[in-house]
Design a protein around this ligand. Sequence first.
Ligand code: NAD
Length: 280
Amino acid sequence: MTATIIDGKKTAEKIRSEIKEYVSGLKKKPGLAVIQVGKNPASTSYVNLKEKDCKEVGIYSKIIRLVEEISEEELVEKIIELNKDNSIHGILVQLPLPKHVNEEVAIDMINPLKDVDGFHPVNAGNFFIGKAGFVPCTPKGVIRLLKEYDIPIEGKNAVVVGRSNIVGKPIAMLLMMNNATVTICHSKTKNLAEYTKNADILVVAVGKPGLIKAEMVKEDAAIIDVGITRTGNLLKGDVDFDSVSKKASYIAPVPGGVGPMTRAMLLENTIEAYNNIERG
Ligand code: NAD
C-alpha cells in the first residue's frame, strides 16, 4: 500500500488562520520575543520564519539579535527586561547558544508564565505530572498531527526513537497520556528494528538521515519523522521516505510534516500565555 501523507504544512496553515481570526478580535495584541545569539544560519532561518508567522497572524514580534560574544550576564539581563515588558507574553531563546553561555541558566531566567517553548523546569515538571503548563512545541505538534488525521493512539504500541528532554521524552509522555503503550529507544538501544517493527505508531527524532528503513517498520504503521538534517539547501528526515511510504499507512515527511507544526504550536502557546497573563 502507499501511505497517506500527513500534511503538516496544510494543517499548520489551518491553525494559523484560526489564530489570525482569534487575534483580530483582541484589543491588545499578543507579543512574542525571540532572542538569537550569534549568526548560526539554521537559527537565523528559524527566527525569520517565526517573525513571518507572527506577522501573518497579527502577533507582535520582537526579534532581539545579540552578538555571539555576549556574556551570560548580558543575556540574562535581556531576559529579565523581557520578563517585565507588558507588551511581551512569550519569550523564546533560540537554541543552540554559543558554548560560553549556559543554556540552562538562560532558560531558567525566563518567567515560566512566558516560557512558550515549555523548556523551563517549572513547565517541564508540571507537564510531567499532568498539570497545566506549556507543552513543548514539537511534541505538541506531533500529537496534533496524529489527531488531525484520526490516527488512533489509545491502546496502540507507540515507539519513540530519541530521548532528548525537548523532543523524544515529551513526545513519549504525550503518547502515554493519550493511553498508548510506549517504548523509548535511543543511541544505546540494541537491535532497534526489533522495537520499531512492533510499532503501530513510530516517532523518530534522532537526526540521522535514512536511519529507519522499510524492513524496520510494521505494515500499515503510522510514521512521524521528526528528524531534520540539513545538507546544503536540502532538509532530510530520519526515515527513508521512498521505501517506508510504500509500507506504512500514514507518514509525516521531512520537509512538510512536523516542522510547520512546531511553528504553529509556538503561536498557539503564545496565545495561551497571552490569555493566562491578560485574563488571569
Ligand atoms: P538530540 O541530539 O538531543 O537527541 C537525539 C536522540 O537520538 C538522542 O536521545 C539519542 O539517544 C538518539 N539517537 C542517536 N543515535 C541513535 C541511533 N543510532 N539509534 C537510536 N537513537 C539514536 O536531538 P533532538 O533535539 O532531540 O532532535 C532530534 C532530531 O529532531 C534532530 O534531527 C532535530 O533537528 C530534529 N528536530 C526537529 C524539529 C521539528 O520541528 N521538526 C524540532 C526539534 C528537533
